[in-house]
Design a protein around this ligand. Structure first.
Ligand SMILES: Cc1cc2nc3c(=O)[nH]c(=O)nc-3n(C[C@H](O)[C@H](O)[C@H](O)COP(=O)(O)OP(=O)(O)OC[C@H]3O[C@@H](n4cnc5c(N)ncnc54)[C@H](O)[C@@H]3O)c2cc1C
Length: 319
């Protein structure tokens, strides 16, 4: 029976939504096996309960020394768990943390690892799908047969939720040694920032917005739609929007219900971060702009005419 383990991610005491995405993937590939979550930290009972709604079993690894993320301690406790509970597949978020400790875990478990995957098929051998050459090519990686496998999974890809009602098990596992590095402090991002990867509606602006003073226009549209404002790289590089609003290969991957691209040409580095949105609407004055190749609806026009008209119409409809 296949056992797929998803290691939950906790950020500043909160359960990161990517944890559920890992379980969505686990449920999709487990066949008649089990999707199991692992949650590491201190004071994590509420997180374990939340995870149990999407997992067949949740393993709690709780200790005061695990309050803050520490790669040595994470690998230490995971190796202890997996020496007793043999995994077939271990899924870790391809976050900065996951990218740090997952390879270390794979070495300790002596398993192959494929990082930053966007697809996984276990029906005929092990086939993981990932981008290479900064998103230019999508490749299938066939992994040699092994006892178990570790994968880091791209955020924002596996959003189809599965529900379950799993039991929560207290593993009783504690770190076996003190970590060599110590937690000092967390540097929080600026207060009030939004997570564009979790938004249902994204109003995204490109260089066509022309000046920081015009960002307001996009904000008005986002507000009328109940969405958030994001941008292409030049907009972020110009300092018109914060870095965490960037969509694309060197920014965030988004998969909203609606993605509005305003004055964005559609370079592949941008497309990679938004092409899986449910509905894409592009406004661009250049009818040849590549963005129209991925958009379901396109308006060839000037954003400074189209956007105010849209805002007005939306306000009219809302009353
Ligand atoms: C390693 C690497 C990583 C990168 N990572 C990213 C990334 O993560 N995200 C990203 O976005 N880019 C990334 N890029 C940059 C990418 O290649 C493009 O340069 C960038 O996406 C272009 O942004 P843009 O579409 O806003 O600007 P442009 O390509 O300059 O396009 C502006 C568009 O606005 C239109 N326009 C202008 N004025 C108006 C108007 N008034 N009304 C309507 N339309 C108008 C123009 O017709 C044009 O199509 C990366 C590049 C490299 C090399």
């Amino acid at each position: 029976m296949m056992r797929v383990f998803a290691v939950a991610e906790i950020s500043s005491g909160e359960l990161d939504p990517v944890s559920i995405e890992l379980l969505n993937l686990a449920n999709a590939i487990k066949g008649d096996g089990s999707a199991e979550a692992v949650v590491i930290g201190s004071d994590i009972s509420a997180h374990a309960e939340e995870l149990s709604k999407h997992a067949d079993k949740v393993w709690k690894i709780e200790d005061s020394s695990l309050e803050h993320y520490n790669p040595e301690l994470y690998v230490d406790v995971l190796v202890q768990l997996f020496s007793k509970e043999k995994p077939d597949v271990v899924l870790v978020a391809n976050s900065s943390r996951g990218a740090e400790y997952a390879p270390l875990l794979a070495v300790k478990l002596n398993t192959p690892i494929v990082t930053d995957i966007v697809g996984l098929d276990l029906s005929n051998g092990v086939k993981a799908t990932r981008y290479i050459f900064q998103g230019k090519l999508l490749v299938d990686v066939f992994v040699k047969e092994a006892e178990s496998y570790v994968f880091t999974v791209r955020q924002g890809v596996f959003k189809d939720e599965c529900s379950a009602q799993g039991e929560v098990v207290d593993s009783g596992i504690k770190p076996s040694a003190k970590a060599k590095r110590e937690f000092v402090r967390i540097v929080e991002p600026e207060a009030g920032e939004v997570d564009i990867s979790q938004a249902d509606i994204v109003v995204s602006v490109g260089r066509g917005i022309d000046d920081v003073s015009n960002i307001e226009l996009a904000e008005e549209l986002a507000e009328a739609l109940g969405g958030v404002v994001a941008g292409s790289r030049p907009v972020i590089d110009s300092g018109w929007l914060p870095k965490d609003r960037q969509v694309g290969i060197s920014g965030k991957t988004v998969k909203p219900k609606l993605y509005l691209a305003l004055g964005i040409s559609g370079a592949f580095q941008h497309i990679m971060g938004m092409k899986d949105s449910e509905l894409i609407i592009a406004v661009n004055k250049d009818p040849e702009a590549p963005i129209f190749g991925v958009a379901q609806y396109g308006i060839v026009g000037d954003i400074f005419e189209v956007v105010p008209a849209l805002v007005e119409k939306l306000r009219e409809i809302k009353g």
